[in-house]
Write a protein that binds this ligand. Structure first.
Ligand code: ZN
Length: 506
């Protein structure tokens, strides 16, 4: 190991050393965020927020120090850096630029606001009181617009700056076309389905499913699809999520409800995120390129595991027996085929995280349109609940009775994440394109029937996971499939799958 390091460029080594320090602050912040969502006591809030503020400031201080900037510019001139080292320098430079344009006191105040605001959001949601959250939301939006303004290149729109954080190469112009395509194809398809005579019985999925057994199922399933419990843990939180310290410590959560498929598919989904992070090459982890390529690519993997693998009938051939053994009474008389139809039932609902595979992107469409209005058109936050309800009625045919099942359902805005939502829909579309490519390369269903998910997982690891941020999603897709991103694969996949399930005329 020492010998290898002797060959490293000394200037790059000096930069790595500073980056490692910055990464340590980030790791501590990640751990505190995880703790806030899982185990921290209610009263920890305010004081922990201060700690988070201090750590964020320390992170910003290291990253924007004149020393780091000098080392980056020196590294850019080094002729003997490897490809990976070059990418680390490029990514670090981007991180520095992002942080550097925000005044430190504003950055710190924003971090504190955001860590406080999630608690305000939780309470407002619980009490179904949007007005308790609205002023905080307005403050967050003002900060985000101000920050985006600092970073905007000449003529760049503020929302495009935000979108760029989550998915490069996909600005409003591209996303408008993408969502237009989904709206045009999926809204009528959904209408055909809700008007079809086919009825899918899924009543047996709800009932007395003891939490203890659901937890057993969750652990079994995460492990079955390939989440490595020696490099990861599973905990309980209000809202399922994944976070990672590095590729040897990846943490997923779920929640247990009386609908058994809720936690079941949340866990497979989060395991998909986790498998991605666990699959990042050792060479990259704990460097600025040591995470998933983008939010969209991350969602492509989690939704790939959840839907393309987990809701596939072939997947259940080897494991349905295990599920029946765990819940013999609850699933009495329910055969595998009936179960698979139930977990694929299309039912327009109000809650995004509980949405079926087909309607899911329409939930995202609502949020995309509202974010555009909030950021680009100064939409008054007070109008959100009503507009939200109107859009749900228009695209999904349902209307929330209260804000907890409407505009307050997601944590993202409370965390200051604007521009994040589109990645959920993009991820689904990436996944469908990846699936089409994989089906040309291997007998996908046969592998699932034989319980050989490892072959599928390894393929994904080789083409996507291990590369971290060395490539953008578009590059990953192009290199893997030989084609540029094309949403038609997603539409075709949904039409074929649900056309069959609901016996629609082709
Ligand atoms: Zn996800």
């Amino acid at each position: 190991m020492n010998q290898k390091e002797n060959h490293k460029n000394q200037i790059f080594e000096a930069l790595s050393d500073r980056l490692e320090r910055a990464m340590a602050y980030q790791t501590a912040l990640t751990l505190l965020e995880w703790d806030n969502e899982t185990l921290a006591p209610v009263q920890a809030g305010a004081l922990t927020s201060r700690v988070q503020g201090t750590l964020s400031a320390a992170y910003q201080e290291v990253m924007t120090s004149s020393e780091v900037k000098l080392l980056i510019s020196q590294c850019e001139k080094q002729p003997d850096l490897s490809r990976v080292e070059r990418d680390i320098v490029r990514e670090a430079k981007e991180d520095v630029e992002k942080l550097d344009c925000i005044p430190p006191e504003e950055y710190r105040a924003f971090q504190e606001l955001v860590s406080e605001s999630t608690r305000i959001w939780v309470k407002a949601k619980k009490e179904q009181d949007f007005s308790a959250f609205a002023p905080t939301l307005q403050k967050i939006i003002s900060y985000q617009k101000k920050f985006a303004g600092y970073r905007a290149k000449d003529g760049q729109k503020l929302y495009d700056v935000m979108l760029d954080d989550y998915e490069k190469d996909f600005n409003m112009e591209k996303l408008d076309a993408f969502f237009q395509c989904l709206k045009k194809e999926l809204v009528p398809l959904l209408k055909q389905i809700t008007e079809s005579r086919v009825r899918v019985d899924d009543a047996f999925l709800t009932g007395d499913y003891p939490e203890e057994k659901q937890r057993k199922l969750a652990e079994y399933m995460a492990s079955y699809v390939g989440f490595d419990f020696e490099k990861g843990v599973l905990a309980t939180s209000a809202h399922p999520f994944t976070t990672n310290l590095h590729n040897r410590d990846v943490r997923i959560t779920t929640h247990y409800q009386d609908r058994v498929d809720s936690s079941l598919f949340s866990v497979i989904h989060e395991a998909g995120h986790g498998i991605y992070e666990q699959g990042i090459a050792d060479e990259l982890t704990q460097t600025p390129v040591g995470q998933g390529a983008s939010m969209g690519m991350h969602e492509s993997q989690s939704r790939f595991f959840e839907n393309i693998i987990g809701r596939n009938e072939a997947f259940w051939v080897p494991v349905y027996g295990t599920l029946k053994d765990l819940f013999p009474d609850q699933l009495r008389g329910v055969g595998r085929e009936m179960f698979v139809r139930a977990i694929n039932k299309v039912e327009p609902g109000l809650i995004r995280t509980e949405a079926d595979e087909l309607t899911y992107s329409l939930h995202v469409l609502v949020r995309y349109e509202l974010e555009k209005q909030l950021i680009e058109e100064d939409l008054d936050v007070e109008k959100l609940p009503e507009l939200w309800a109107d859009k749900y009625e228009e695209y999904l045919g349902v209307r929330p009775d209260h804000v907890a099942e409407g505009v307050l359902q997601d944590i993202h805005w409370a965390q200051g994440s604007f521009g994040y939502f589109p990645s959920y829909a993009l991820g689904s579309a990436f996944g469908a394109q990846i699936y089409a490519c994989m089906k040309r390369e291997m007998d996908f269903d046969k592998l699932l029937e034989d319980g050989k998910i490892d072959v599928i997982r390894e393929y994904l690891r080789e083409h996507i996971h291990q590369h971290g941020k060395l490539k953008t999603s578009r590059q990953l897709i192009r290199d893997m499939t030989g084609e540029d991103f094309n949403p038609q694969y997603y539409v075709d996949y949904l039409k074929e799958k649900y056309g069959k399930l609901y016996q629609l005329e082709g």
